[in-house]
Design a protein around this ligand. Structure first.
Ligand code: AMP
Length: 215
């Protein structure tokens, strides 16, 4: 089963993808995570990517489609792929369709996680992640443990804030979502692939909804 989690920054796509990975042996393909890895590579491309990401703009279609192609061709996913943060433009959506076709695979569901903008700003500015396993914490609803031990991986760790989780970059990221990514809602609706869920609920409620959709 191959699915897309679609939604603005802070909608909870990464959190829900991690639950699906644990429960269904699916493979999470997060272009954001791939690009964060690329930016530390010390190459010219890495430096350019870092600049674009810190501003909150989108990296070029060519780069992200290349990253996804590599993963799809290289990784085995018995439970299927979860596309998290990809596609973000219509060109990326067309490219994904073509790549899956080439592999004799299909897209089984596109789940749009809807969350209102104010809640997004609250979530993102309060967010931190375990430097070891990527578990997501929130200062208000799930604060990082005071003893520094991650509740997910059990390691003594650092809880890091993302460089682009600040008010300025967030404005640009939201604008990029509404201008470039939200047209995908209509695109997948027209294809008959779209299901909309309320992303505002508790993590368990949202994952229950997703389970219900995937069957
Ligand atoms: P994310 O972790 O999904 O919030 O992505 C963080 C940043 O990586 C975004 O603000 C973009 O700069 C870049 N990025 C991630 N995925 C994509 C994509 N599919 N297309 C273009 N840029 C992306």
């Amino acid at each position: 089963m191959n699915i897309i989690l679609l939604g603005p920054p802070g909608a909870g796509k990464g959190t829900q993808a991690r639950i699906l990975v644990d429960e269904r042996q699916m493979v999470q393909l997060s272009t954001g995570d791939m690009l964060r890895e690329a930016r530390t590579s010390g190459t010219d491309m890495g430096r350019k990517v870092a600049e674009v990401m810190d501003r909150g703009d989108l990296v070029t279609d060519e780069i992200v489609i290349g990253l996804i192609r590599e993963k799809l061709e290289g990784d085995a996913a018995p439970g299927g792929f979860i596309f998290d943060g990809f596609p973000r433009t219509l060109a990326q959506a067309d490219a994904l369709g073509a790549l899956l076709d080439e592999m004799g695979q299909s897209l089984d569901a596109v789940i749009e996680m809807r969350v209102d903008d104010e809640a997004l700003v609250d979530r993102i500015t309060a967010r931190s992640t375990c430097a070891n396993c990527g578990e997501v914490y929130n200062d208000h609803t799930k604060p990082p443990p005071a003893d520094g031990v991650c509740t997910n991986c059990g390691q003594k760790t650092e809880f890091k804030r993302r460089a682009d989780d600040n008010a300025d970059s967030l404005k640009t990221r939201l604008m990029a979502y509404y201008k470039q990514t939200s047209p995908l809602i209509g695109y997948y609706y027209a294809k008959g692939d779209l299901t909309v869920i309320d992303g505002l609920g508790e993590i368990d409620e949202v994952s229950g909804e997703i389970k219900r959709i995937l069957g």
